[in-house]
Design a protein around this ligand. Structure first.
Ligand SMILES: [Zn+2]
Ligand SMILES: [Zn+2]
Length: 171
């Protein structure tokens, strides 16, 4: 029976889909396994014929689901971080801090700012992606934000050296 209200029709179609979802997905999977190349070619053809369309769909989805979008981005960022610290270790090389929220990546030989500028890395996730893409080079190590900042600003960390800054002589 056709539904007059398109919103109701959409809702009913969705219910029908959800009721058979498992079966539909299994069939799709089976079909894809035997028609892989054909499917890929079809997708490519569609993408070529509709430039920018997927971006448009993504933008619409993001606008409609701001909460879920934020959660996905956060999840993605956390996953990148996990990969990085799985490789370089979960321990500040200076003070031994192990809480992952405090840890950051340090350029062992310095030049972090230049590297960020040259590779156009605007935030830590960019840096993590760069490191992953370049096969986890040995030029990086783990420092907590405190030690990393102190080394960056003052060239030393007070964990290893008497502070030279901010201490007034007692007399
Ligand atoms: Zn530290
Ligand atoms: Zn330190």
């Amino acid at each position: 029976m056709p539904y007059k209200d398109p919103e109701v029709a959409r809702q009913k179609a969705r219910e029908r889909y959800l009721a058979k979802r498992e079966q539909i997905l299994a069939n799709c999977k089976k079909y894809y396994a035997t028609h892989k190349e054909q499917q890929k070619a079809n997708t490519r053809k569609w993408l070529d014929a509709h430039p920018g369309k997927t971006n448009e769909y993504s933008a619409k989805w993001r606008a409609k689901h701001p909460e879920e979008n934020r959660a996905r981005i956060l999840n993605y960022k956390i996953k990148q971080r996990e990969l990085i610290f799985d490789h370089y270790g979960r321990l500040c090389a200076c003070c031994g801090e192990t809480r992952i929220e405090f840890l950051s990546i340090d350029h062992v030989k310095g030049g972090g700012n230049k590297h960020r500028r040259d590779a156009k890395l605007t935030n830590s996730t960019d840096l993590y992606l760069w490191i992953i893409r370049h096969g986890f080079p040995d030029d990086f190590r783990v420092l907590c934000y405190n030690c990393n900042c102190s080394l960056g600003f003052f060239g030393y960390c007070p964990h290893n050296k008497e502070p030279e800054y901010g201490i007034e002589p007692a007399c």
